[in-house]
Write a protein that binds this ligand. Structure first.
Ligand code: HEC
Ligand code: HEC
Length: 287
C-alpha cells in the first residue's frame, strides 16, 4: 500500500518533469502581505538579481503559491502559529545558561539588536568559513557562555533562529556572494543544478523550470528561503532550511546530506542569493 503510493507519486513527479520546460506560471495575484492590519507590508515580488539572468524573470514569494487559508495565517501575528515559538525563543534569549552565567542578552542586549542579521545569513566568518545562523548561535553558546551546543534541528535552536529572524522582517535578503563567499556560492550553485536520486531531478527542475505547476497536491514555488524558519501546518512545528532541503532531496529518492553539513551551508547560501531582494518573511506559514 505504502509502496504503491510512493511509486505513484514518483511517477507523477517523473511525468510532470517530462513536460516541456515552459511552465513558469506567473502567480494570479501578486499582492503584498499585509501584516497586523497594515503594521507591516511585505512585497511578494522583486526583480531577479543579476546573477539569475535567463534563469528567473522575477522573484515571487512562496506565500503567493499557498492557499488563501494558509496565506491569511501569515497576515496576523496572533493567527500565525509560528509566533508562539518566537516568544519562546525570546525567553531563551533572556535566560542565563552555561558555566559563564550569561544569557544572549548579557552581551547583545535586546533581541532587536539582531535586526538585519537574518538578511545576510549565511555568511563567511572571520576564519573564512561559511556559517549559518545556527553556527553563530552555537559559537556564542560554547565559546562565550560555556554552554552546550544546541541540536541543529532541536526546538531551542529553531525557536532562537525564529526569534532572531523576525527582527529582520521586511528587510530585503542581501547575502554576499562575492569575495570570500564566492567559492561556497559556486559550490551551492553546482548543487542546485545537479540531478539527484532515482528521479534524476535537480532543485532547478522543480523550482526554476516548473514553479506555478501543481505537483501532487502541491503548488510549486520558486523555493525561496526568505520565510524561514517556516511553520509547517502538516508537521505542526517550525522547520529549518536544512530540514526543508533534506525533504526535497528525499522526494527525488536520493540519499541526502545531513543538516548542518558543509554541503547544505553552501546550498543555503546559493538558494538565499536567488532570493536576494525579497523581504525577510520569517516566520512564514506553510501547509
Ligand atoms: C559573552 C558575550 C556573548 C554572549 C553571551 C552571546 N554572544 Fe553572540 N556574539 C558575541 C560577539 C562578540 C559576537 C561577534 C560580533 C561580531 O563579530 O560582530 C557575537 C555574534 C553573534 C551572532 C552573529 C551576528 C552577526 O551579525 O554576525 C549571532 C547570531 C549571535 N551572536 C547570537 C547569540 C545568541 C543567540 C546568544 C545566546 C544563545 C549569544 N549570541 C550570546 C557575544 C556574545
Ligand atoms: C520534485 C520537485 C522538487 C525538487 C527536485 C525540489 N523541491 Fe523544493 N519543494 C518542492 C515542493 C513540492 C515544495 C513545497 C511547495 C513549494 O513551496 O514549492 C518545495 C519547497 C521548497 C522550499 C520551501 C519554499 C517556501 O517558500 O516555503 C525550499 C526552500 C525548497 N523547496 C528548496 C529546494 C532545494 C534547495 C532543492 C534541491 C536540493 C529542492 N527544493 C528540490 C518540490 C521540489
Amino acid at each position: 500500500m505504502m509502496l504503491t503510493q510512493i511509486r505513484l507519486s514518483g511517477l507523477a513527479i517523473a511525468c510532470l518533469m517530462s513536460w516541456p520546460v515552459a511552465a513558469q506560471t506567473v502567480p494570479e495575484r501578486t499582492d503584498p502581505i499585509v501584516i497586523n492590519d497594515g503594521e507591516l507590508q511585505l512585497e511578494t515580488v522583486a526583480p531577479a538579481p543579476a546573477h539569475l539572468e535567463g534563469a528567473l524573470p522575477e522573484l515571487y514569494s512562496g506565500w503567493l503559491f499557498r492557499d488563501p487559508g494558509t496565506q491569511a495565517m501569515q497576515t496576523d501575528d496572533f493567527e500565525n502559529p509560528g509566533m508562539i515559538f518566537v516568544d519562546q525563543g525570546v525567553d531563551d534569549w533572556n535566560t542565563p545558561d552555561g558555566e559563564a552565567g550569561k544569557s544572549c542578552a548579557s552581551c547583545h542586549e535586546g533581541i532587536e539588536s539582531m535586526a538585519g542579521v537574518r538578511a545576510v545569513m549565511p555568511k563567511v566568518n572571520a576564519e573564512g568559513q561559511l556559517w549559518s545562523m545556527e553556527d553563530y548561535i552555537n559559537d556564542c553558546r560554547t565559546n562565550r557562555m560555556q554552554a552546550e551546543a544546541l541540536d541543529w534541528n532541536g526546538n531551542r535552536m529553531k525557536n532562537l533562529t525564529a526569534a532572531i529572524s523576525v527582527q529582520s522582517r521586511g528587510m530585503p535578503m542581501n547575502v554576499a556572494i562575492d569575495g570570500p563567499a564566492r567559492p561556497f556560492w559556486e559550490q551551492g550553485k553546482e548543487m542546485y543544478y545537479t540531478r539527484y536520486g532515482q528521479l534524476q531531478l535537480a532543485c532547478a527542475n522543480c523550482h526554476e523550470d516548473h514553479y506555478g505547476d501543481w505537483i501532487r497536491a502541491d503548488h510549486l514555488s520558486q523555493g525561496h528561503t526568505n520565510g524561514f524558519p517556516v511553520y509547517r501546518l502538516k508537521q505542526a512545528a517550525l522547520v529549518s532550511q536544512h530540514n526543508r532541503f533534506r525533504g526535497c532531496i528525499r522526494d527525488t529518492r536520493a540519499e541526502t546530506f545531513p543538516m548542518g553539513s558543509d554541503e547544505f551551508r553552501a546550498l543555503e547560501l546559493y538558494v538565499a542569493s536567488r532570493g536576494n531582494g525579497l523581504p525577510v518573511e520569517g516566520v512564514s506559514v506553510r501547509h
